[in-house]
Design a protein around this ligand. Structure first.
Ligand code: UD1
Length: 375
């Protein structure tokens, strides 16, 4: 009997964390990976296109939860995932990242006595005003297996007194990049936008603290217009950001600026094609801080904290606020490009380390090991 492993995804950044694991598990004769999509993100450019870019099939189970307040989304996801598990009980549930569904599915599975693993455990921003921080803390405190992306995350769990069940598997986001690297390099997105490598910046902002507080959104628009005097900026818009810009009359001035290219949120491959050629990335995302570090591209993060401090201590990331973003951007533009840092476990092999660990947990011998032993 194959071991059934649920891989839960909900929102855009989850797809990159599930894909490498799905593909690695698919190669194992003992494993049956099943993608469970909760439906937190549902429009094609936030979900379906990401699955296609990372060569994933349609999810085996779609829970159709959709948008809502935090409690609505978390509660509805718990109920839907509990119902699924009661009918199709997995041997292991894997949750990834820090979105509402991460916590919801971990809670639902754990209370049914299903072993639960958290991919990307141990990250902390220490800012409990962020819903993601609550999701991270609560998920790590109940999961049986905690897979950390880097030594700082492992050390954080130790500081919290958690040592059992912790395995440092490495950064799965880098596996996703490695899987799609050829496609990313071959994508003609830069040409489609008429951009030359090294001659443009990218900006992405979607955190409620930046785009739902209207004064803050005004600041961002003013700062981007200022920076655009020195370099072209591509601005892919998360649906939340688009809505607020339109509602507050800020979209038209951005679109009129010839140095600002406004577009909808982009799927993974075209977005990473743009990142690869960018001189600078400005963001409030989590994953982009890691992708830019891996690629050696300067990143300015418009947040007061980061749950990924290794991107600052060893990478190309720097935290900025409204008062420093424009100056920091200008500083980056006159500096030589940084070197690509080498970080332990950011090597494209996190999924294979994780599969070895899953095989141990579930009492299966990974196929590679079996083949070596038979030889
Ligand atoms: C969620 C995650 C955040 C992650 C982000 C990536 C939580 C608490 N937040 O935030 O950590 O960085 O995803 O994008 O889980 N919408 C659409 N189409 C979609 C999805 C959403 O139009 O496919 C719109 C809806 O109006 C929705 C809003 O975007 O209300 C926000 O979506 P939601 O999933 O609630 O949160 P995100 O801001 O995307």
């Amino acid at each position: 009997m194959k071991k059934i492993i649920h891989l839960v995804m909900a929102a855009r950044p989850n797809v990159m964390k599930v894909a490498p694991l799905y593909h690695a598990l698919k190669k194992e004769s003992w494993a049956e990976p099943c993608i469970v999509h909760t439906g937190q993100h549902y429009t094609d450019n936030m979900s379906g296109a990401f699955l296609r870019d990372l060569d994933l099939p349609e999810p085996q189970y779609s829970l159709g939860v959709g948008s809502g307040t935090h409690a609505t989304q978390t509660g509805n996801t718990m109920m839907a995932y509990e119902a699924l598990c009661l009918g199709h009980r997995p041997d292991l549930a894997v949750v990834v990242g820090d979105v509402n569904a991460t916590l919801a599915c971990a809670l639902a599975a754990k209370k049914l006595g299903i072993p639960v693993a958290h991919m990307e455990a141990g990250l902390r921003s220490f800012d409990r005003a962020m819903p993601e921080e609550i999701n991270r803390l609560a998920t790590d405190s109940i999961c049986d297996y905690l897979w950390t992306p880097s030594p700082d995350a492992t050390a954080q769990l130790e500081r919290e007194g958690i040592s059992g069940g912790v395995t440092e598997v490495g950064n799965i986001m880098i596996d996703a990049y490695c899987l799609a690297e050829d496609q990313i390099k071959a994508a003609g997105t830069r040409e489609d936008f008429r951009l030359e490598a090294g001659q443009y910046a990218i900006a992405t902002f979607h955190r409620p603290v930046n785009v739902d507080i209207i004064d803050h959104l005004h600041h961002i628009c003013d700062i981007l217009a200022d920076i655009a005097r020195d370099i072209k900026i591509v601005l892919p818009l998360h649906p939340r950001t688009r809505k607020q810009l339109v509602l507050n009359g800020l979209m038209a001035p951005l679109q009129k600026n010839p140095a600002v290219i406004v577009c909808d949120a982009l799927p993974y491959v075209p977005f990473m094609n743009l990142v690869l050629g960018a001189r600078l990335v400005m963001t409030d995302s989590g994953g982009i801080q890691e992708e830019t570090t891996y690629l050696g591209i300067p990143c300015l993060t418009l947040r007061t904290t980061t749950e990924r401090p290794i991107t600052i201590s060893q990478g190309t990331n720097r935290l900025v606020h409204f008062g420093t973003l424009a100056d920091e951007a200008r500083r980056v533009l006159v500096m030589p490009s940084p070197k690509r840092p080498v970080i332990k476990g950011w090597d494209g092999r996190a999924a294979s380390r994780t599969v070895r660990h899953i095989a141990q947990i579930l009492g299966a011998a990974p196929d590679q090991v079996r083949k070596r032993e038979a030889a």
